[in-house]
Design a protein. Structure first.
Lengths: 462, 104
């Protein structure tokens, strides 16, 4: 017997959309998120009592999420905020922890919407304070209206770089340069495929024009090489890169900065879906692991649905549509939505996803992950930020015969720390692939272990 | 920018709070994360690592990387990025795995 009809983990676009749709159909929903407020990363909100004066521009996506958050609240969804989902047992029993206690909720249906995080890319100096991910920089600005620094360099790949650089300029920071790894050559080839998505193209073009208008160098085909500094970042070195993002010798440029923002795309958070026993597969287009799902967002474990970036990075619009479809399927599954109506609504949702997929494919091709980034780390460069395992140490294990990430883990402690291998896992897979000449898929992925995130020991005793 | 800190201008923030960072009081606002309050007041560094004693700070900003760990009112390993500030809270830079101060 289940405690609730539906548990949703994650309060970003996918989780919120699933909660809204399921709750609209009368499903009893519990939503868990370890942030103190709803919204996830994309819809991150400032505290409601913060007031922006006229003329100052706040993140438009925060604005867009406000109505959805309000509706989820008004529909009576039971919210467990500031609660960490740290394990999934018996396929659909979710263990959650607050600083004081843990509890287990068994659910008839489970929607996992854990989202994604910035792909961690080790390079010399990446552990210096003041070096942060694009998502981290956005969270400071969107969530608290705090600047990451006054002189900033933004390096990585994808449209998020433009959004971050633009937000920095609006807020009065100096952006020294934006380094986009993709060459962006032959953009015209995509023109006909982007026609149905002109609004997004125009938005990107506007950001680009305003950034260039502010005199900020936009360096395409360039990657970050090193962060400089002693105790905190004071400089950033960039250089040209090849089509696969392998850094090229020569052409290095150094910028004085007090913050370095790095964002080479995103990787899905797989820990919970893996703990639930769902199947995953390697996706070359995204340079990462994605969840195997049916057309209704159901994973390979019956009753467990995965929606949004946590199933495969595709952005917020896709996350909303997938969350909605998962919510519909949940409602049908627990007997709150008749078959005929479900079939009509679900096919409409799939039509929306099909429309968005065209745009997504262009993004995936244009900003296709370049495995050449694996050449940035060298010698003592830290790979595992928790256990402080360096590039050379991991590489030595591979030279001695380790072929799978779990083997390198057993030999060096890489991935055994508090982040559970989220930071070093993707880069270690790339390192093994590069050193062995085998596909990254064969390097595998760390075995997930509960607790998926650290929880206080005391919480387990109560 | 107001008052020489990294808070953006043009935003009314509501109630000001006092937060102690390694014993020194800094200004914060209700609703900010500990990390935002630290950053705004120029504290980019949060801890020294256990093995090599390297300085670390706010990195992923979303509760994933576990690098912005601080000790809060004596409790070590608190993620500054997703923990809201409270008035009078004592935040300390953390050495290694933290001091557990286990009482017998």
């Amino acid at each position: 017997m289940s405690d609730v009809a539906c548990v949703i983990v994650g309060g970003g676009p996918a989780g919120l959309a699933a909660a809204r749709t399921a709750a609209r159909h009368g499903v009893r929903v519990t939503l868990v998120d370890d942030n103190a407020a709803l919204g996830g990363q994309y819809y991150r909100q400032m505290p409601p009592w913060f007031r922006a004066s006229a003329g100052s521009v706040l993140a438009p996506e925060s604005e867009a999420g406000r109505a959805l958050i309000a509706e989820v609240r008004s529909l009576g969804v039971e919210l467990r905020l500031g609660a960490t989902a740290w394990g999934i047992f018996d396929q659909r029993t979710v263990a959650i922890a607050t600083p004081d206690r843990t509890e287990q909720i068994s659910a008839e249906t489970l929607v996992l919407a854990p989202g994604a995080y910035d792909r961690p890319v080790p390079f010399p100096g990446w552990t210096l304070p003041g070096v942060m991910t694009a998502g981290g920089a956005q969270n400071l600005m969107k969530g608290s209206a705090v600047l990451p620094g006054r002189r900033v360099l933004v390096a990585g790949s994808g449209p998020l770089l433009l959004a971050v650089a633009h937000a920095l300029l609006e807020a009065g920071a100096r952006v020294e340069a934006v380094c986009e790894a993709a060459s962006m050559r032959g953009l015209w080839r995509y023109a006909h495929r982007m026609l149905p998505h002109l609004d997004i193209v125009q938005q990107g073009y506007r950001l680009h024009r305003e950034i260039a208008g502010a005199g900020v160098p936009f360096l395409t085909g360039h990657v970050i090489r090193r962060a400089l500094g002693d105790g905190a970042v004071t400089g950033a070195v960039v250089s040209p890169c090849a089509e696969d993002w392998t850094p090229l010798p020569g052409g290095e440029q150094t910028f004085d900065v007090d913050a370095l923002i790095v964002g080479y795309g995103f990787v899905s958070s797989l820990e919970l879906s893996r703990l639930a026993g769902c199947e995953h597969r390697w996706d070359d287009d995204r340079g990462g692991w994605v969840a195997v799902r049916g057309r209704n967002m159901e994973s390979t474990v019956p009753g467990v649905f995965i929606a949004g970036d946590g199933a495969g990075v595709a952005g917020s619009a896709v996350a909303l549509a997938e969350g909605h479809l998962a919510g519909l399927t949940v409602a049908a599954r627990v007997g709150r939505l008749a078959a005929r109506e479900y079939s009509r609504e679900a096919s409409r949702a799939r039509g929306r996803l099909l429309h968005l997929a065209g745009f997504r494919r262009v993004m995936d091709e244009l900003y296709r992950f370049g495995p050449g980034l694996a050449a940035l780390a060298e010698g003592e460069t830290v790979l595992c930020r928790c256990e402080e395992v360096g590039h050379e140490e991991a590489l030595q294990a591979v030279r001695e015969g380790a072929m799978h990430v779990n083997e390198v883990k057993a030999w060096t402690r890489i991935g055994m720390g508090r982040c559970q291998g989220r930071m070093c896992g993707p880069a270690l897979g790339q390192l093994i692939a590069r050193a062995t000449g085998r596909p990254a898929a064969e390097a595998g992925v760390f075995s997930p272990r509960p607790p998926a995130k650290p929880i206080p020991l005391g919480a387990l005793t109560r | 920018m107001e008052g020489g800190d990294l808070r953006m201008g043009g935003v009314e923030r509501g109630r000001a709070l006092g937060v102690f960072v390694d014993g020194v009081e800094v200004r914060a606002y209700e609703g900010e994360s500990i990390a935002a309050a630290l950053f705004a007041s120029g504290h980019r560094f949060t801890r020294w690592t256990a093995r090599t004693g390297e300085p670390r700070g706010y990195f992923c900003g979303m509760g994933v990387c576990q690098d912005c760990l601080v000790t809060v009112d004596g409790l070590p390993n608190v993620r500054a990025c997703i923990t809201p500030v409270r008035d009078g809270v004592r935040v300390e830079s953390q050495r290694g795995l933290g001091d557990w101060r286990v009482s017998p």
